[in-house]
Design a protein around this ligand. Sequence first.
Ligand SMILES: *Cc1c(COP(=O)(O)O)cnc(C)c1O
Length: 367
Amino acid sequence: MTRIDDLPIRDELRGMSPYGAPQLDVPVRLNTNENPHPLPEPLVARIAERVAEAARHLNRYPDRDAVELRTRLAEYLTRTGGHKVARENIWAANGSNEVIQQLLQTFGGPGRTAIGFEPSYSMHALISRGTGTGWLSGPRRDDFTIDVETAERAIAEHRPDVVFVCSPNNPTGTAVDAETVLRLYDAAQAAKPSMVVVDEAYGEFSHRPSLLPLIEGRPNLVVSRTMSKAFGAAGLRLGYLAADPAVVDAVQLVRLPYHLSSVTQATALAALEYTDTLLGYVEQLKAERDRLVAELRAMGCEVTASDANFVQFGVFEDAHAAWQAILDRGVLVRDNGVPGRLRVTAGTREENDAFLDAVRTVMKENR
Ligand SMILES: *Cc1c(COP(=O)(O)O)cnc(C)c1O
């Protein structure tokens, strides 16, 4: 049997593992930070309508610049992000993973480096490597917050071309304040200058306001967002960024022509018509998230304060064994490899109850 390593693949890909959250068929799946609410039926009907209209023109390439979609996304961010942006500030792609890939193709690449403060979103490192960008793992404190002085020193020493700040951070749930981002931005400009990418995939779930206003007067700062989490549309694959218009112009150099299909654009536009309904689900999920934090703490778990739609909890002597024990009770959570900790996504009330029951049993048996 031919194995990957028998193929003439790039040296830096040898020995790497692909992104691989298990997709297991169990009753309660709380492992990939998806929104548990299916889209409401009226929205499903509206999507069908808009996609049918798009289908009438599928003989033609889509709007390469996604003008209508970017206009609607700019309106959404202006309304919810605390800062006025226009279509020229917005770029969209197939998930924020593609946005991040385009940013790394533009500002990273061979001979360049990117830094993130780990544990953080594993795709930042994986997409860096995939684009030939060297990856630097910066540290966090024991409480999973970013130690600004240490981070500033790492930036000054390594002079990375791209600095990732994930807020709220996956998998820990911790948010970063504007002050911290500004200090990292200043450090990054003094060292190189370099791009600072604020990944706000969970922005809508945060107790804190969006970091979007920080793009004002800072052309090297990018905020990335997604419809995968708050909009309950992980299957849609739609992510976007907000930045200085020059950044939007720059990523045009690497984006594939017509990367965003007409069907994707039509579906995203339909979903944006239902913003208020979907943000209503976000409020419910925030309440469930807070309930998970409180109940896990009441059980004696150590829980990291969360600004996202998931909660990091522990401490387990053997996190993987605890993961398996919870799975044996029909609940799939995530083992992100953070020592002693697991991550659970806030689901529906019933799913969360099933999860809490499972953890309660596992905690008892391990005492
Ligand atoms: C889920 C997630 C994304 C979203 O990726 P999509 O490609 O938009 O689905 C981006 N960043 C972080 C930190 C995430 O957890």
